[in-house]
Design a protein around this ligand. Structure first.
Ligand SMILES: Cc1cc2nc3c(=O)[nH]c(=O)nc-3n(C[C@H](O)[C@H](O)[C@H](O)COP(=O)(O)OP(=O)(O)OC[C@H]3O[C@@H](n4cnc5c(N)ncnc54)[C@H](O)[C@@H]3O)c2cc1C
Length: 385
């Protein structure tokens, strides 16, 4: 009998240390950065120095030697303190994992230490305007030229390109046919000639920005390619399952923030003599969301553990992402309602979580695509598309 739900002292200490650091910044600071065009770089740098950003990466490359369990816990705690670092979903979780697993020794030496200590940030670009959820239809193309590569195409909704040193771009090889994707992954420095970007104005109240990317005959050396061009989808999913776990962690942190704030308000605020939290119309939605948060965290930790132990994490990572997104949507909605008018004031900051929580249902994989996955893989139902 080995089943054990005790997180243990190491994870508890990690949670406490991250909460302590993030508590010195907080949601008010995060919102101020978002509303004044600031960045989260100060917190990012401190978190990197403390070893939190690379906690999942190999020790020989400057990481903490842990796994996705530790990385997810870091992001959850940052979010619970009101300052989630979105680029953790991308830089250490996707790019770090893929390079650690499939990169050459030179690529690992070149990229991982900086990703681990936060001095280097790598964005990730798979989504395209005309492909969307259907990554099989991406048209960004890599063609061989001499020893190297030339990339052309467009990407959309790419987070954090403004703070990134490089972007891990998913492309198809020019000699591969259309249809089923054989993805090839390329590290493209953000300063590479031919790579340009435009920022997409978003309704999110967040210091992290999204961009459209244009790759116009970007010339890359041979070692820009990470992994084998023929290793297929497995290489990509080595990064996408961690991304889903981190999507769940992002949502859970925000859900906890919303519930903490709402419960504190509901314990205090009186309009009929008793605290409003005594009214079940107020307490039940908060309690239901609290149950959802606990359930989603169990699935997030299970998915992270499956990844760390080298097992198939597809269903668990998708389920965790789904459950956490539903939890945060319900938690934030209940928190806004609990606050009444002040739930929508800028001063309060809870209203700013509404679009952030809705974003959890869309990215990195939409609610519907998760349900498609579970319908097809777990229930063996036919697909409609
Ligand atoms: C804030 C933000 C940050 C992002 N950051 C990144 C990033 O850093 N890198 C990156 O590569 N991408 C990023 N994305 C893109 C994100 O992964 C996509 O938005 C997401 O995968 C959905 O793709 P889409 O927007 O093209 O929607 P579409 O694919 O056009 O889908 C639109 C709607 O149709 C539904 N739908 C589509 N197909 C089906 C189907 N077969 N069955 C049922 N329903 C279906 C979808 O679920 C969705 O509700 C980001 C997005 C956002 C909003």
């Amino acid at each position: 009998m080995t089943l054990d739900f005790d997180e243990g002292d190491e994870l508890r200490d990690l949670r406490a240390a991250v909460a302590d650091l993030a508590g010195r910044y907080g949601h008010r600071w995060f919102l101020e950065q978002a509303r004044t065009g600031g960045t989260v770089q100060e917190l990012w740098a401190e978190a990197g120095k403390a070893g939190f950003l690379g906690v999942n990466l190999p020790e020989e490359h400057g990481g903490g030697g842990g796994g996705m369990v530790e990385l997810a816990v870091v992001l959850e705690e940052l979010g619970a303190a009101g300052c989630p670092l979105l680029m953790m979903v991308v830089s250490p979780a996707i790019c770090g994992t893929v390079i650690a697993r499939y990169g050459t020794p030179d690529q690992r030496d070149r990229w991982l230490p900086g990703i681990a200590d936060g001095t280097l940030t790598m964005a990730f670009a798979i989504t395209e305007p005309d492909a969307g959820s259907n990554s099989h239809e991406i048209t960004t193309t890599a063609r061989r030229e001499g020893d190297g590569w030339v990339l052309s195409g467009q990407k959309i909704w790419i987070s954090g390109v403004d703070v990134a040193d490089a972007v891990l771009v998913v492309a198809r090889l020019a000699d591969a046919g259309k249809g089923t994707l054989r993805p090839a992954l390329f590290v493209v420095p953000t300063g590479a000639p031919g790579l340009s970007r435009t920022q997409i104005p978003m309704e999110l109240v967040s210091p992290d920005n999204q961009f459209q990317l244009f790759l116009d005959d970007v010339v890359l050396p041979a070692d820009a390619l990470v992994g084998s061009p023929d290793a297929g989808i497995a290489q990509l999913f080595a990064g996408l399952n961690p991304e889903r776990v981190m999507g769940a962690a992002y949502s859970l942190g925000t859900a906890r923030l919303a519930l903490d704030r709402a419960a504190a308000y509901a314990r205090d605020r009186r309009v009929w003599g008793t605290p409003i939290g005594a009214h079940q119309g107020v307490s039940h939605p908060l309690a239901a969301a609290q149950v959802e948060v606990e359930l989603a965290r169990l699935m997030m930790l299970k998915a992270a553990w499956l990844i760390d132990s080298g097992q198939d994490a597809g269903t668990a990572a998708n389920s965790a992402k789904y459950a956490a997104a539903e939890a945060v949507v319900h938690a934030v909605d209940a928190a806004v309602q609990t606050h009444g008018g002040s739930g929508l004031s800028q001063e309060n900051g809870i209203g700013a979580l509404v679009t952030a929580s809705r974003f959890s249902r869309i990215a990195p994989v939409s609610r519907e695509m998760v349900l498609n996955f579970v319908a097809q893989h777990d229930l063996r139902l036919p697909r409609s598309y």
